[in-house]
Design a binder for this molecule. Structure first.
Ligand code: SF4
Length: 348
């Protein structure tokens, strides 16, 4: 038995063809499940009784189970979802004006070992299947009972999406299919710590790219993000230029500000130099402290000075507001906090 949500439309057509089913059958199923929200095969009224009976033996419609859903006072909604092998991942819905962004996870834990990141401490437990990524979207969308719709998807939850690139790009294809959810590609962003050889896959998938920069010299970046030892800054920035050339899209550089490590005004000047010629904006993320990280959040005044110098030097720069809890710098905190103190999460 295969999981319906793990198939792209093409794959479903091939799977059903093995049982002598015509191509349009897969399309019918996509419309019923993704557009009408119907997974009870007996309710799919335009399918023949014989086909309905057969589907019961060929496909299951299992999604990750929502273990906890918590609403923050600022409107952020956090989910802890149980995926295969009794592991859990987090997804976060973040309202911002007209936008409602869903931050999804791509892996349970992460192998990248960024020193400022809580998820890194878990190591990589497993990569998510495409259905577990699509499932995070469906569960989050189902939780909206007030007519709101998810407008943007960002791969910035647990895990490095380009370390699970096959399943991430398949999930994107499923989310985008016009016979199904029809989510716009330009509203999807994949964020990477810098797996250079896979960056072209983001361009191929037609979605936006965010890069976790977090340092302006190889020496500092080697120290805070071990991926830099494999793919140093010049290679990363070359890949970014390629992406921009190929897509014409703007790149977002994420920059977690760590006091005394990467937050000097010289760092700000170097950001401008490094990103010269790359259509981009900078997202500053003052570090969200967690026990044992060894890093400190810079004071608001220091963050403001850093931002203002970047702006003076012509960069488009934003400081990410901490909503609920910062979704990137604090990635992984949700999981541990929800397990230990579920009551706390609703009131911060
Ligand atoms: S910051 Fe992202 S890439 Fe780095 S360890 Fe954490 S989850 Fe992995």
């Amino acid at each position: 038995m295969k999981n319906f949500y793990d198939f792209t439309l093409k794959e479903l057509q091939i799977y059903l063809a093995q049982f002598g089913k015509e191509k349009f059958r897969a399309e019918q199923l996509f419309r019923w499940v993704y557009q009408k929200g119907e997974t009870d095969v007996s309710e799919m009224s335009n399918l023949s009784k014989g086909f309905r009976d057969e589907i019961e033996g060929l496909l299951e419609f299992n999604l990750p189970r929502v273990q906890q859903q918590l609403d923050s006072l600022d409107g952020t909604r956090k989910f802890l979802m149980e995926v295969e092998s009794e592991k859990t991942v987090e997804s976060v819905l973040i309202p911002n004006g007209d936008r409602l962004t869903l931050c999804v996870s791509s892996e349970v834990g992460c192998a990248m070992g960024c020193r400022f990141c809580f998820t890194a401490k878990m190591g990589l437990m497993r990569r998510l299947h495409a259905y577990e990524i699509v499932g995070q979207f469906i569960n989050a969308a189902k939780s909206l009972d007030d007519g709101r719709r998810i407008t943007n998807i960002v791969f910035m939850g647990m895990g490095e999406p380009l370390d699970n690139v096959e399943n991430v790009t398949r999930a994107i294809e499923i989310l985008h299919d016009q016979r199904g959810i029809a989510f716009a590609l330009r509203k999807i962003t994949v964020s990477t710590s810098g797996i250079v050889p896979q960056i072209h896959r983001v361009a191929q998938a037609g979605v936006r790219l965010a890069v976790s920069l977090n340092a302006t010299t190889d020496e500092i970046r080697d120290n805070v993000m071990s991926i830099n030892r494999k793919y140093p800054l010049n290679e990363l920035l070359d890949a970014c230029k390629e992406y921009a050339k190929e897509t014409g899209e703007m790149i977002t550089f994420e920059y977690v500000l760590l006091k005394g490590v990467n937050d000097s005004l010289d760092d700000a000047r170097r950001i401008v130099k490094l990103t010269k010629g790359i259509p981009s904006k900078i997202n500053l993320i003052p570090f969200n402290e967690h026990p044992g990280s060894g890093f400190v959040r810079p004071a608001s005044q220091e963050v403001a000075e850093f931002q203002s110098l970047l702006m003076k030097l012509g960069k488009h720069v934003l400081v990410r507001r901490t909503m609920g809890r910062d979704i990137y710098a604090a990635c992984g905190q949700l999981r541990s906090e929800m397990e230990k103190h579920p009551e706390k999460m609703a009131i911060h």
